[in-house]
Design a protein around this ligand. Structure first.
Ligand SMILES: [Zn+2]
Length: 82
């Protein structure tokens, strides 16, 4: 996952491109093209770092922000969907 321009700016966790709370819509759209397991692992790492930067955020808030959106992203099934 290199060249990921819609990256979070720490410790504010706002997108460096559009200034929206990260992950922004475009970050999520970009991630939708990634393998679902890579995406989940990546977001788990982001969540861990965000938890350190935002000690007042509850686990539920962090889950809703970082993990839930990746689960809601439609995952193509099979290889014939293009
Ligand atoms: Zn962005």
């Amino acid at each position: 996952m290199s060249e990921f321009e819609h990256a979070p700016l720490r410790p504010s966790w706002l997108c460096v491109v559009d200034g929206k709370p990260w992950p922004c819509d475009l970050a999520l759209a970009r991630m939708a093209g990634e393998d679902r397991y890579s995406r989940a692992i990546f977001m788990s790492m982001m969540l861990d770092q965000a938890a350190q930067d935002m000690p007042t955020a509850t686990p539920a808030e962090l889950f809703e922000r970082f993990v839930a959106p990746t689960r809601a992203t439609p995952i193509p099934i099979g290889g014939g969907g293009r």
